[in-house]
Each structure stands twice: as structure tokens, then as C-alpha cells.
Write a protein that binds this ligand. Structure first.
Ligand code: C2O
Ligand code: CU
Length: 397
């Protein structure tokens, strides 16, 4: 869709269980955010829900369910949402990275395993881009091409590199950045990366350097009509330094905690209805991960936990995220765009993002203006981590 257009999508639930659609990275109205029990009632089998909003930002986004996500996303309920700006590239290629949990017989394997959830996540054995293993993707020779990478996998962190051409990073999570040369970029689940590439006539390979033996994810094959190869570029907005922001720390932890929850007033959904039963479908049996020492309550708890933060609308907040665990966590917030200000391990420029990778023992400082009223999730985007406790929410009012 073009920037400025309104998206009008009716979800019709053909599953045997309830679902919803979350529009990842879109700073939309809370009622359209698609989180069951927090922003809307779950869409029951056979029921419909109309999502209608105008994305405020252009960029590379995606969408997926937000309950029993390991399985629903694992089976393929995920798609790209591209909000076009007016940069004139010769070609625009969307590449959705997603692995599949299938065995040798072609049948799906369990999407959530305690062994995976308690470690780096359960990996799919069959790796794909746009649903195919190492697909050959046609593009134009002697052209300036935009690649939009979306890591839609539930677990796998890829270390993205491009072999055969020089690439520049031009946007992170859909947000334009001052272009810089791509060496490799660690792309966690939920994260996106826009690259600008000047093609010649030789094939180029998208590689994952995370393992000792790099894996070829896709091959770009320039053929056909040459492009104009003009210097298309994106407008990069100025970044704020957030020196005046309210400072908060957030500890990413591991551990199984029993949560003694206070009795809470029921959540009022944006449509005015109230709901107070957390659902058993959305959460796994055990908890392994915590935010500030607390796990999202497991199945035995029938209430949503209290909000982690309450912000006044317009308040500027800086969160120092400290990962005390031995695993990396891509931390995602809803309804807002963070500025990633500083990190002490992984090198990256100051940039805007909705998902930030926090490495083991790393401290990362992010900041944002809490300007979107409503109830918003904050969670790890390794879906099994999310479903085993590393999830919370905050309120902006
Ligand atoms: Cu892409 Cu809360 O999710
Ligand atoms: Cu995690």
C-alpha cells in the first residue's frame, strides 16, 4: 500500500481455535493492535474482525497472530505489510525468512518444546526465503535494487550478509537510517532490514553467517532489462537524544517464578468491553523467562498481570535493558518506535526500531515518547520465550 492509504482488512477465522492479527511495527490505534485480551476480544472460530487503520509511517512491516503464536505462525500465518514511500528504486524485493518445523515425512513437528523454550528456541530444520529453500529470485542487472528482509521466524537469529555485491543498510525495522555499508547484521525474530544494492550481472547470495558454515538463504539473479541505477534514497528524520527522558531499568532474566498476583480490575478494551480472563491457549505450561523478575503468569493464573509501566501520554522514557541471561533476546514493543541509543556489545548506529536484539550480558538503552494511548505489549520475539514468561505490558494514558 502507499503511505497515506488506509488498510481495511477483514479477518475471517477459519481455524478451529481463536486468533487475531497483530500489525508488527505499526504505530496504529490500540483497538487495531490485535492482542487478544489486551486490545480486543479473541476472534473465535467462524467469527470475523475488521482491522481498519492508516499506518502513520512508510516502511517494511509484517503481521502475525498474537496467541498460540508458536503454532499459528509456525504453520505459516504470517505476511509482509509494505507501506511504500516514494523512493525510486529500480526494483523492490521482499524476502521473508522463515524456517519450518517439519520432519523427514513432511509432517509438522511440535512448535513449542520445553527444551527449546528454555534455551534459544526450537529451530525449524527446513530453512526458506519466501517459502522456498534457496530460491532464485530474479532482479534487474545494472540497477539500484531495494531488498526488504523480514525475519518472520519464531526462533532463529540470522547473521545476514550479502555475497557478490556491496550492500548498504538503508532502513531498520522500516525506519530509514543514514546509509552505512553492510558487513553482517544480526537479524533476530521480528526484525527487518532494508538494503540498497547496486547490481551487476552476476548472481548474489543472501547468506546467514551465524553458523560456522554460512548458509545460502536465497540467490538473486540479475537478468532482463537494465535499470536506471539512479541514486534513490530515503529521507532520514533527525534523531532525538532523549536526555530529559524518565529513566527506567528492565532486567531480562531466567527463572521459574511463582507469581502472586494482586486482584486486578478487569481490562477495558478499546471498544469499551471489559475482559478479565487470561486464556489458556496463549501460554505454555511452564515459565522459563522473566521481565524484572516476573514471568507472565502461566496457565494456573486466570488474570492478566498488572502493567509493568504506566506512562502519561507524551512522556519521554529511556529504558536500560539489561540481559542477565545466557541467551539473546529480541525485545519488541507495540505501538511505538524506540530509538536505540547505546549498547555495550553489539556494534550498531543510533537508530530507530520496534525490536532490539539484546545479547547475553548486554546492556542496551532504548528511548521513546509514549505518545500512543492504550495498552501495549513488550516482549521477547523468540516466540517460545514470549510464551514461557518473557512478556509484559504497559499503559499510556
Ligand atoms: Cu511481532 Cu507482539 O509481536
Ligand atoms: Cu528471548
Amino acid at each position: 500500500m502507499k503511505h497515506g492509504e488506509t488498510l481495511d482488512v477483514t479477518l475471517k477465522n477459519g481455524l478451529a481455535e481463536h486468533t487475531s492479527i497483530h500489525w508488527h511495527g505499526i504505530r496504529g490505534p490500540n483497538a487495531m493492535d490485535g492482542v487478544p485480551y489486551l486490545t480486543q476480544a479473541p476472534v473465535q472460530p467462524g467469527a470475523t474482525f475488521r482491522y481498519r487503520f492508516t499506518p502513520p509511517d512508510a516502511g517494511t512491516f509484517f503481521f502475525h497472530p498474537h496467541c498460540n503464536t508458536a503454532e499459528q505462525l509456525g504453520r505459516g500465518l504470517v505476511g509482509a505489510l509494505i507501506v511504500e514511500d516514494d523512493a525510486a528504486f529500480d526494483d523492490d524485493v521482499v524476502m521473508i525468512l522463515k524456517d519450518w518445523r517439519v520432519g523427514g515425512d513432511g509432517a509438522f513437528q511440535p512448535f513449542y518444546t520445553a527444551a527449546g523454550a528454555s534455551k534459544a528456541g526450537t529451530f525449524g530444520e527446513f530453512r526458506t526465503v519466501n517459502g522456498a529453500a534457496n530460491p532464485m529470485i530474479a532482479t534487474r542487472p545494472h540497477a539500484r535494487v531495494r531488498l526488504r528482509l523480514i525475519n518472520a521466524d519464531a526462533s532463529r537469529i540470522a547473521e545476514i550478509g550479502l555475497d557478490g555485491a556491496k550492500a548498504e543498510v538503508i532502513a531498520i525495522d522500516g525506519n530509514p537510517v543514514a546509509p552505512f555499508a553492510l558487513d553482517t547484521w544480526r537479524l533476530g525474530p521480528g526484525m527487518r532490514l532494508d538494503l540498497a544494492v547496486r547490481t551487476a550481472s552476476a548472481p548474489m547470495h543472501l547468506l546467514d553467517y551465524f553458523a560456522a558454515d554460512p548458509v545460502t538463504l536465497a540467490t538473486l539473479d540479475p537478468n532482463g532489462k537494465a535499470g536506471a541505477a539512479k541514486d534513490a534514497s530515503l529521507a532520514v528524520p533527525a534523531l532525538s537524544d532523549f536526555a530529559d527522558a524518565r529513566k527506567i531499568t528492565l532486567e531480562l532474566g531466567a527463572g521459574v517464578e511463582a507469581n502472586a498476583l494482586p486482584r486486578l480490575a478487569p481490562i477495558v478494551l478499546p471498544d469499551g468491553r471489559t475482559i478479565d480472563l487470561a486464556d489458556t491457549l496463549c501460554l505454555a505450561q511452564g515459565t522459563f523467562w522473566t521481565l524484572d523478575g516476573k514471568s507472565w503468569p502461566d496457565r494456573d493464573h486466570k488474570k492478566l498481570p498488572p502493567p509493568m509501566y504506566e506512562f502519561k501520554r507524551g512522556e519521554r522514557v529511556a529504558i536500560e535493558i539489561e540481559n542477565t541471561t545466557s541467551r539473546a533476546h529480541p525485545i519488541h514493543i507495540h505501538g511505538h518506535t524506540m530509538t536505540v541509543l547505546a549498547a555495550n556489545l553489539l556494534k550498531r548506529p543510533v537508530h530507530r526500531a520496534d525490536t532490539v536484539l539484546v545479547m547475553p550480558n548486554e546492556r542496551v538503552t532504548v528511548a521513546f515518547t509514549a505518545d500512543n494511548p492504550g495498552n501495549w505489549m513488550i516482549h521477547c520475539h523468540i516466540i517460545e520465550h514470549q510464551e514461557s514468561g518473557m512478556m509484559g505490558w504497559f499503559r499510556v494514558s
